[in-house]
Design a protein around this ligand. Structure first.
Ligand code: HEM
Length: 531
């Protein structure tokens, strides 16, 4: 090909390059100007001074100076892959969402796994929660299921999110420790926040050091709604189950692996996918109605509670296969913007106060992190279905409304129109109540499910929990905080509390923490622990 009489060759990505001597592409500036010398700045004489009219030098350094964008305020370290979701059977009885209408239908997805607390350059095998965020590019727009590998969360109300995250991150004066849980601030906050006890049990368990992303479960955590074509709503919890089963490493292994290969989880996913060994998960739903919700022991809007699978067995409705690594880590994995509020018609929210806060937070944070309102113009975030709206301008606008019309209603019969049939009619939930800063009584039992989790573990797994709590709390220097934690553990399970106290050298057992609701005593006690 030739442009302006210059001979051109195609580069590996299909782009056109000018030919340099020896038949290689010519290096150009971002403006396309060929570069004669990329080794030396423009100077007066051999020894300078350098000249400001060296536009190639200035452009090159300016661009380098701006390479970094803010890392995610949480979940900074992550790794993503492309794949597809395949629907097993029509779920039309429950939801009008197009993605669930046809058996065998495949929908492209992008998935990002992450740790929560560490910075972008932290090591993979930290004891931490893992993010499991899935962007489905459906025919009705993007659906983001932004979940974790643990089915509950630390807090019940999003207003506490900055506090729990501040407490987990390095302390502001000394900027350490990096390790999430091993410090006074974290245990101080946790010990003053009894609603976190259930989550703490999971985080101190083997779940928090997965062998790889391929061996992890994922959870949407909150109760969501499915809404069918007749506007009937069914509550739903989303669960991903890995085909490979679940596996973890033990702490000693994690410490060694972190030192020898801090990229262990990344490398595992890269190697598996590059060698054609595509990881798979099944999407399971726990479906229930208002009557189940009213009769369940706990509040289904409380994100610190699960609905046990023995009570409500999950149903597999489709599979997720990851089969392609991104071409470019930054363009895709770093710039992907997940947002809980991205739902297609037929999937709706519940009044879980944590979910509602998230629905505000994610849009806000993407605006900051990705530098403006046009982050949906970045290919990884753009829908893969046709879309049309009148949003325009702003930093980095790649597409603007075409033609005369950028508003509606208009008389020119141009541009998109809303569609009450196809569009997203929010479920007509009836809501009334006092306008106040309240928390429901039904959210007040902070220990029973923590106990259920602990006693559901095998003796070996229980030992690991005791060892994890002992290790983490031994890094906590303040004896008052340690004792306060033991007082909560005694409410979770007496044997657990006593074992941790013993290992920490606390001679006099504290009183069990004051609890608004005593933990249920109809649960079996755990057998004596021999550690
Ligand atoms: C990021 C999950 C609670 C704010 C993320 C990511 C996941 C996640 C998986 C990483 C997304 C990615 O890979 O890019 C969860 C879960 C929660 C929870 C499961 C509770 C059930 C919250 C709450 C807030 C919040 C309560 C705020 C009120 C954020 C922010 C980011 C984030 C600001 C960074 C987003 C970005 O810069 O891309 N969360 N989160 N999260 N989350 Fe959450």
């Amino acid at each position: 090909a030739t442009i302006h009489d210059q001979k051109l060759v195609r580069g590996s990505g299909g782009e056109l390059h000018q030919i340099a001597e020896g038949d290689v592409p010519v290096l150009t500036t971002a403006q396309g100007g060929p570069v004669a010398d990329d080794q030396n700045t423009l100077k007066i004489g051999e020894r300078g001074p350098a000249l400001i009219d060296d536009f190639h030098f200035r452009e090159k350094i300016f661009h380098f100076d701006h390479e970094r964008i803010p890392e995610r305020v949480v979940h900074a370290r992550g790794y993503g892959a492309h794949g597809f979701f395949e629907t097993y059977d029509s779920l039309a009885a429950y939801t009008r969402a197009d993605i669930f209408q046809r058996a065998g239908e495949r929908t492209p997805v992008f998935v990002r796994f992450s740790t929560v607390a560490g910075s972008k350059g932290s090591f993979d095998l930290a004891r931490d929660v893992r993010g499991f965020a899935v962007k489905f590019y459906t025919k009705e727009g993007n659906w983001d299921l932004v979940g974790n590998n643990i089915p509950v969360f630390f807090i019940q109300d999003a207003i506490k999110f900055p506090d729990v995250i501040h407490s987990v991150k390095p302390e502001p004066d000394r900027a350490f420790p990096q390790a999430q849980s091993a410090h006074d601030n974290f245990w101080d906050f946790i010990s003053l926040t009894p609603e976190s006890m259930h989550m703490v049990m999971w985080v101190m368990s083997d779940r928090a050091i997965p062998r790889s992303f391929r061996f992890m479960q994922g959870f949407g955590v909150h109760t969501f709604r499915l809404v069918n074509a007749k506007d009937e709503s069914t509550f739903v919890k989303f669960i991903w189950k890995p085909k490979l089963g679940m596996q973890s490493v033990v702490w000693n292994e994690a410490v060694k692996i972190n030192g020898a290969d801090p990229d262990f989880h990344r490398r595992d996913l890269w190697n598996a996918i590059q060698s054609g060994d595509f990881p798979e998960w099944e999407l399971n739903l726990q479906l229930f109605d208002q009557e189940f919700a009213d009769n369940f022991d706990f509040d289904v809007l409380d994100p610190t509670k699960i609905i046990p699978e023995e009570i409500l067995p999950p149903v597999a409705v489709g599979r997720l296969v990851l089969d392609r690594m991104p071409d470019n880590f930054f363009a895709e994995t770093e710039q992907v913007a997940f947002m809980t509020q991205n739902v297609p018609p037929g999937i709706d929210f519940s009044n879980d106060p944590l979910l509602q806060g998230r629905n505000f937070s994610y849009l806000d944070t993407q605006l900051k992190r990705l530098g403006g309102p046009n982050f949906t113009h970045i290919p990884i975030n753009a829908p893969k279905c046709p879309f049309a709206h009148f949003q325009q301008d702003g930093h980095m606008a790649m597409r603007n409304p075409v033609g005369r019309v950028n508003y509606q209603p208009n008389s020119w019969n141009e541009g998109p129109r809303e569609s009450p049939q196809k569009g997203f009619p929010a479920f007509a939930d009836q809501v009334e109540g006092q306008r106040a800063r309240l928390r429901a009584e039904s959210f007040a039992d902070h220990y029973s499910q923590a106990r259920q989790f602990f006693i559901s573990q095998t003796a070996t797994e229980q030992r690991h929990i005791v060892m994890a709590l002992t290790f983490e709390l031994s890094k906590c220097e303040n004896p008052v905080i340690r004792e306060r934690m033991v007082s909560h553990l005694l409410n979770v399970d007496e044997t657990l509390g006593a074992a941790v106290a013993d290992k920490l050298g606390i001679e006099q057992l504290p009183e069990p923490a004051d609890a608004a609701v005593r933990p249920r005593d109809d649960l079996p006690a755990s057998p004596a622990l021999s550690i």
